[in-house]
Design a protein around this ligand. Sequence first.
Ligand SMILES: C[S@@+](CC[C@H](N)C(=O)[O-])C[C@H]1O[C@@H](n2cnc3c(N)ncnc32)[C@H](O)[C@@H]1O
Length: 483
Amino acid sequence: MDRRTHDTSKDYERGGDTVLGSAEYVRQLHVGDNLGVMRRMETETVDLVYLDPPFNSNQNYRIVFRGPAELKSRAYLPAFEDVWSWDDESEDSFRELTLEWHGEPVGVAISGLLTVVGRDRMMAYLVNMTLRLIEIRRLLKPTGSVYLHCDPTASHYLKVLMDAVFGRENFRNEIVWCYRGGGVPRRDFARKHDLILRFSKSDEYVFNPQYTQYSQASMELVTRRGGVSVDGLERDLERGAHMTDWWSDINSLQTWSPERTGYPTQKPVRLLERIIRSSSNEGDLVLDPFCGCGTTLVAAERLGRQWAGIDVEPMSLNVLRARFEGEGIGSGFDVEGLPSVKPFDREGWAAMAVSEREQFERAVIGLIPGCVPWRNRQSKSGGMEGLMRLAGDAEIPNHAVINVVGGGPLSVKDVRRMMRTLDSETGDEVLIGVLASPFDVPAEVVETAIGAGEVVIDGRSCGVITTLGVDEVLGADFGIARR
Ligand SMILES: C[S@@+](CC[C@H](N)C(=O)[O-])C[C@H]1O[C@@H](n2cnc3c(N)ncnc32)[C@H](O)[C@@H]1O
């Protein structure tokens, strides 16, 4: 299934089509397609939306996971696709838009764009974005604003659509975010800026001006002239100059930036802090429907705003959780859109393991505290593996490989594969293997696992290979405390 259109909310959501009150999505991460989630959110409850959707770059992005330093492990897993094509779903969505918005700016704009662009991947992207922009407008309070982060690939078309959805009169800024670094093309100027289209819902929008330091030359001039510039107007040197719509003082994250999480296309927190400060007040609700590794949520938390995040990629949970812990947010947030962990929804997890094997495996690895994806593998026959450090006094820390296997019940083959993994690939630091499944484990599988023998860790004896239920891996301590 195409991850862009995957809608876990439909399959597993507690309330079906029920509308969620805003209290239900504050401090919540929703795993699923943002269209389905936003359609269930209550009208006019959000103060600020920042969205950083895929830009129609025709690329696939990977997340880099760094395992425990002592094992020098690194996994590169596919994160999200930004590759589009015009298909039946695009045709249906286009029809839906033109019927529902017939004769109105949205209907006219999208029909006009189809004439200009044609039925191609750009148009598929634009139709997809229009559906989401309509929901964003509905969710915004009359005082609210939206910032759409894009680049010149589609910004000119997106601006037309934003004009149609939000009204030309509500266009506030085209912010040019300039950055440095990265490669340069031989036959073009280097493309080193993104665009952030800022619209308000009405004329009653919140805006807190931001200031930036005057240049040295301006400061000297104004000081010489007793606080007045050449135009005869006073300048507040301490406060600084009113910020313009081109921002060149925040660079994009470089490979060595300490802020980097390994999540692709991660934006700098400072960029988001500026946006949030400008267009919201303390306690306001900030929504990021393409939240990735949670930059917006981290910035909102730091600035005392409420937040809600949506992302279709379950592995973003893994990155987000580690990031939130670093921010002291810890477990003070909810995850929705997946079958429930507490109380454990056994049937829901089992159904997901069959109908969406890959998403299931990624979600479970993403939810096991302290577990990091291991090796670049996720396969139909081998499931997905994570690695975690175990507590103990050993000078060299011990580790467990957690192999989450969806699709159907565990088989003896899975145990044998784990034996090979422990024997051949992990050296002495990985002592135990855990096979995790949401289904009943056949007796022969348990026997084969027991046959793999025992190992003593921290004075306690435990099975070299253990089979556990998903409920156990999400809550258990594997018989040994986690570090
Ligand atoms: C450009 S990244 C956002 C990065 C983010 N601003 C950050 O700093 O981490 C786009 C994100 O949108 C997510 N995404 C793509 N299509 C989606 C959809 N239909 N619903 C929810 N999330 C989606 C992808 O999984 C990806 O994490």
